[in-house]
Design a protein around this ligand. Structure first.
Ligand SMILES: *[C@@H]1O[C@H](CO)[C@@H](O)[C@H](O)[C@H]1NC(C)=O
Ligand SMILES: *[C@@H]1O[C@H](CO)[C@@H](O)[C@H](O)[C@H]1NC(C)=O
Ligand SMILES: *[C@@H]1O[C@H](CO)[C@@H](O)[C@H](O)[C@H]1NC(C)=O
Ligand SMILES: *[C@@H]1O[C@H](CO)[C@@H](O)[C@H](O)[C@H]1NC(C)=O
Length: 768
């Protein structure tokens, strides 16, 4: 009835009423008002429960249409008014154009490029992690409205930074499972918006599940690698960030990885996908493959005899969406051959369609985020947060003298030297987009003082000493020297693991020569994702200060200068161990074991298990102030209520199964006083470690809580800390069972040590 409709619109017009503002350039994905044939169908009805809408839509789809929705470039269903959709977008540390779902240009020339994740992790500031997620998703929604980005982002990467050579370690929050889990939950919450009623601002994705942390090392690449992981290591280390991401972060997606775990490709393993992610953890969302990983386990790993079996195995294992064409090509034949039922496909599509509905993609023009547009991208406040993140992530590794901060009065001319001293894109690392703009280290320092610039090496590979003399002359003339050295994506990247931990080429020689030639203090600034063996500089008295800045993002140069000149008091801490180079000879990258094995001469991995010499330990980082801790209150004993039926289990191992303890209320409260005894205000990271009673399969040391606090100079702050007993004071036995050991646990916070006795008490015996 067009006449009636027109009258209706005219009345609305006269009354000054309009449909929800359509500021978006993008046509709605589905359920447009213009689509008279479909807009009144139940799946478009925003008043119905999402599950009902999904079922209605599924009912209407043909098998061919369903198969077209199993791949990342999902096919349009024009007869139902549904457009095509590209699922693959990325937002690891800012909206990125690595995936085909996002393109820069036109009204959206760039987006705020935050520091690489390893840098942001070094802030140990959970508020910052969530805040970055919020800003990134504002920009992502704005770009979606402008028709240039998707709503499904395959970020963050929460694999454990297990081996210091890993080229993608830079993308992760580091080596500690609890920090990685907390990062995952916070960043995801920021991205997804933490909205009421299951709604999503954008859908995040925790990847790559699981035990994926090798790209290409010594003839082994990720497409062929079979990670041999014990049950104990799986539960104790590799699963932890994913569990937290799903259970605390409520992430809308998990990605399985390329590698095999114990002989089974992760994307074909029902125990990993269906039983663990969806079953045990209760994922409310979809499981996606890494890009072409179904093809990889057929073509490269020859895991199945036919491609149809590969397609069927993946879907039956619990995979819902294929990044790549494989399922689009082979699923129909798999159905025809009876390897798969239509019902299996429906189960997958329920998961993807539900996420699209939660994102509002079937709500026509209605969206609480329609107001976001190009004016909301690269705003001054968004860019300020990128600067703030870089400042908070910088780690002061050495400050002999102290020589830092530099003084604009005494150091009027500064020699700025090194292959990374005037870089832009190097500062944003991989999985980045196009930044709003950059401030290089040289530009940042030039805002404070007069500079003399010499690159010293043509690039980070630094293959010769041709430029050394000019660099030494500059250092000789200036009042202070800043060397900006380190790595870039030519040394560590996706597809590329490192061969060693030393600085590349002749970088070390350049630093030592310049240090000897310098008139004033020499500060070494290291730009890198992974750790570098800079023992020579740590021990060289002529190198008075060392900063690690990670890949500090678009505002990196400003942040570096602010720390060098003391406008910002550094408070970052290393989120990974800085091993010496000779450590590598004892740990093949392919050995997944975290625990040491004395009989095999295997030293173990990460601060939790490795006890040998390091360049800098996990958690290392100075401030321009000093902080003193004292314990204000902490219990000496703690009772764990245990279901009375399980008294025997307890007696046998003297460790209570976490599933038998009444975990919900089990929080241990302590209070710490932190005193800033320096002359500058500063932020300090409290790292609380525990040592479980001996003989319990545990790490010798485990971070159980952390807190970032700001303490003005001369002041004392009382900090309450809660430790979740079941999660953090538990250890994992050889069978992969998480248990709370009874007996004396040690708690350590800096120099403070406290003994805590944990005992069980029967509770809730079933009365029949
Ligand atoms: C999706 O990509 C594949 C190649 O990867 C291509 O063959 C197919 O036509 C694309 N489908 C759509 C709907 O664009
Ligand atoms: C791994 O590295 C080697 C050379 O170092 C290269 O030839 C090979 O193509 C790489 N493989 C992958 C999958 O990146
Ligand atoms: C507990 O152990 C005792 C002796 O080992 C045994 O007799 C009893 O049946 C066990 N009880 C349960 C509930 O397993
Ligand atoms: C944590 O980060 C937020 C956001 O940048 C900031 O406002 C806050 O001061 C930081 N906390 C500390 C203790 O530095």
């Amino acid at each position: 009835m067009p006449a009636i409709a027109n009258t209706f619109f005219l009345i609305l017009f006269l009354l000054g009423v309009s449909w929800p503002a359509e500021t978006a350039d993008r046509r709605p994905f589905a359920c447009r008002h213009g689509d008279a044939a479909v807009k009144d169908l139940p799946f478009c009805n925003v008043h119905l429960p999402i599950a009902e809408r999904v079922n209605d839509l599924l009912r209407r789809l043909t098998v061919k249409e369903k198969v077209g929705l199993l791949v990342d470039n999902a096919t349009a269903v024009p007869r139902l008014g549904i457009q095509e959709y590209e699922w693959w977008s990325e937002a690891l540390h800012g909206v990125s154009n690595v995936g085909p779902g996002t393109k820069f240009g036109g009204d959206f020339p760039g987006a705020t490029a935050f520091p690489q994740v390893i840098t942001t992790a070094a802030s140990f500031n959970v508020t910052l992690w969530e805040e970055i997620g919020r800003v990134v998703s504002d920009e992502a929604r704005a770009m979606y409205n402008g028709g240039v980005a998707g709503l499904t982002y395959w970020s963050p990467n929460v694999n454990i930074f297990r081996d210091p050579r890993w080229g993608r370690g830079q993308e992760t929050p580091g080596e500690d499972p609890i920090v990685a889990g907390e990062y995952a939950a916070r960043y995801v919450r920021g991205l997804q918006g933490n909205l009421p009623g299951d709604r999503l601002k954008v859908a995040a994705c925790c990847k790559h599940y699981t035990a994926y942390d090798l790209d290409n090392w010594s003839g082994v690449d990720r497409f062929h690698f079979n990670a041999k992981v014990s049950k104990q290591e799986m539960v104790d280390t590799f699963e932890v960030p994913f569990r937290e991401c799903v259970m605390q972060g409520k992430v809308a997606s998990v990605m399985c990885s390329y590698n095999q775990v114990n002989g089974i490709p992760t994307c074909a393993d029902p125990r990993l996908l269906r039983d663990t992610i969806r079953g045990a953890w209760g994922l409310n969302g979809y499981i996606v493959s890494d890009c072409d990983s179904v093809g990889v386990f057929f073509d490269n790993q020859h895991y199945t005899a036919t491609p149809e079996e590969a397609a069927a195995d993946a879907i039956k294992a619990g995979l819902d969406l294929d990044c790549g064409p494989f399922l689009g090509i082979h699923t129909q034949t798999a159905l025809d051959r009876g390897l798969l039922k239509e019902n299996d496909i429906d189960s997958a599509l329920v998961n993807t369609l539900t996420v699209q509905m939660r994102l509002g993609m079937f709500d026509g023009y209605r969206s609480s985020f329609n107001h976001l547009g190009s004016k909301d991208v690269c705003t001054p406040s968004n860019q300020f947060l990128a600067l703030e993140a870089a400042r908070q992530g910088i780690v002061l590794l050495k400050n002999h003298g102290p020589s830092l901060p530099l003084s604009t009065k005494r150091h009027r001319t500064v020699a700025v030297i090194g292959p990374n001293s005037d870089v832009t894109v190097t500062m944003i690392g991989n999985y980045a987009g196009i930044a709003c703009g950059y401030t290089t280290p040289l530009q940042g320092i030039s805002r404070y003082v007069k500079t003399i610039h010499q690159s010293g090496c043509a690039n980070v590979k630094c293959r010769n000493a041709h430029l050394f003399n000019d660099a030494m002359t500059a250092a000789h003339e200036a009042d202070a020297t800043v060397l900006v050295m380190g790595l870039d994506q030519s040394i560590e990247a996706e597809f590329k693991d490192r061969k060693g931990l030393h600085l590349p080429g002749y970088q070390q020689e350049l630093i030592s020569k310049v240090a000897r030639a310098s008139k004033g203090p020499v500060i070494l600034v290291l730009m890198s994702g992974g750790p570098i063996d800079v023992s020579f500089a740590e021990h060289d008295p002529q190198v008075s200060g060392i900063l690690w800045v990670g890949y500090p993002g678009q505002a990196g140069g400003t942040a570096i200068a602010d720390v060098l000149f003391g406008t910002h008091n550094p408070g970052g801490k290393l989120p990974m161990t800085w091993y010496t180079n000779d450590y590598l000879s004892k740990v093949p990258m392919t050995t997944m074991d975290m625990r040491s094995n004395d009989a095999k001469g295997y030293p173990g991995r990460t601060y939790r298990f490795y006890k040998g010499p390091v360049v800098y330990p996990f958690g290392h980082g100075f401030s321009y102030s000093s902080f003193i801790h004292t314990l204000a209150s902490a219990p000496e004993a703690f009772m764990v209520p245990v279901d009375g039926r399980h008294k025997n289990t307890t007696a046998a191992t003297n460790a209570v199964r976490v599933t038998h303890a009444k975990c919900a209320r089990l929080s241990l409260g302590i209070e710490l006083d932190v005193r800033n005894v320096g002359s500058r205000d500063g932020s300090h990271t409290l790292l609380v470690y525990s040592t479980p009673p001996v003989g319990h399969w545990g790490p010798h040391k485990q971070l159980v809580a952390f807190a970032k606090v700001h303490v003005p100079a001369g002041r004392i702050l009382r900090v309450p800390i809660n430790i979740h007993v079941c999660k953090f004071l538990s250890v994992v036995d050889r069978a992969g069972v998480r248990r709370i050991p009874m007996g004396q646990h040690g708690l350590h916070i800096g120099d403070v040590k406290h003994l805590l006795s944990i005992q069980s008490t029967p509770l809730g015996v079933i009365k029949s």
